[in-house]
Ligand binder design. Structure first.
Ligand code: HEM
Ligand SMILES: Nc1cccc2nccn12
Length: 290
């Protein structure tokens, strides 16, 4: 059965906006991280990795139990590099001890996306901390060395359509790959901390060369210093995915709208929110600077 959302008692929009603001202010303060990319992309990746363990077949994994806080999940080799995001969030968790870990990890991704000029992401609280025994086993996160068919099959476990899969991967407009984390090296130059549709524009416009990187893994590099993972490149090798890449490369608003919907679905998979009111939409710091 789905996990029933139980919001932190007595907490409302203002309380969660305070958590949002604390994360957003810390993002602004600690802007030097990772060559001045900042923590935003890393927080978005954490929110995806804590949700990406979900399996609709037995409703295991997913963001509900906040089980990333246990070594069993945090030490998954696929999570290498996310210790930075976890350390970033420790003082936030101490300042707001009432928020569950699942709510904190997902709210941090929403905050980072909105502060990096992404779409407004409606968010609902109610994830309840589970025990270490409920932490999913390692190996549920995807393998970047594969192709488009693998990507389609992988995301089938969440019930995502081709369109939702392509929209979600648009988050690879953010941050970079780090050889010491994943065995892929991304260029400093092209790394960004602003949410745009450029992942799709680059996929279509650059001439990609498949090369072996210093870790011996194959990746696609362009002469402008951009890179793509084999799974990224699979989106233009596969005709059914490619038409959505073209749609989003042409229309950033359509990308923002579809990313928002798919990202909410990713973060809420496996949870029954029907007992809660409507989702919260948080103001950015800029919108509160009055
Ligand atoms: C086929 C599915 C996916 C694969 C194989 C994949 C793989 C990767 C890899 C290998 C990295 C580099 C990590 C590092 O070296 O630090 C990365 C980074 C990243 N991924 Fe994905 N990813 C996938 C889907 C997603 C999704 C669905 C999202 C969010 C909605 C996402 C968001 C990010 C972000 C923001 C970064 C940059 C992190 C940073 O700069 O620290 N990825 N991904
Ligand atoms: N920034 C970034 C992160 C992860 C994967 C990826 N592919 C192209 C760019 N990119």
């Amino acid at each position: 059965a789905l996990h029933l959302a139980q919001a932190e008692d007595g907490k409302g929009l203002d309380d969660f906006q305070k958590v949002y603001n604390a994360i957003a202010e810390k993002l602004r303060d600690e802007d030097e991280f990772d060559g001045y990319i900042g923590y935003g992309p890393n927080l978005v990746r954490l929110s995806w990795h804590v949700s990406g363990t979900f399996d609709k077949n037995d409703n295991s994994g997913g963001s509900f139990g906040g089980t990333y806080r246990f070594k069993k999940e945090a030490d998954d080799p696929a999570n290498k590099g996310l210790q930075n995001a976890a350390r970033f969030l420790e003082p936030i968790a101490k300042k707001f001890p009432w928020i569950s870990h699942g709510d904190l990890y997902t709210l941090a991704g929403v905050t980072a996306l909105q502060e990096m000029q992404g779409p407004k992401i409606p968010w609902r609280p109610g994830r309840v901390d589970a025990d270490e025994k409920d932490a999913p086993e390692n190996g549920r996160l995807p393998d970047a060395s594969k192709d488009g068919n693998y990507v389609r099959h992988y995301f089938g476990r969440f019930g995502f359509s081709d369109q939702e899969i392509v929209a979600l991967l648009g988050a690879h407009c953010l941050g970079k790959t780090h050889l010491e984390n994943s065995g892929y090296e991304g260029p400093w130059g092209a790394a960004t901390n602003t949410f745009t549709n450029e992942f799709f524009v680059n996929l279509l416009n650059e001439n990609w060369k498949l090369e072996k990187n210093d870790a011996g893994n194959e990746q696609y590099n362009s002469n402008k210093g951009y890179m793509m993972l084999p799974t990224d490149y699979g989106l233009i090798q596969d005709g059914k995915f490619k038409k959505y890449v073209e749609k989003y490369a042409k229309d950033q608003d359509a990308f923002f709208e579809d990313f928002k919907s798919a990202y909410v679905k990713l973060l809420e998979n496996g949870i029954d929110f029907s007992k809660l009111g409507k989702a919260y939409v948080f103001k950015t710091l800029d919108e509160q600077d009055s």
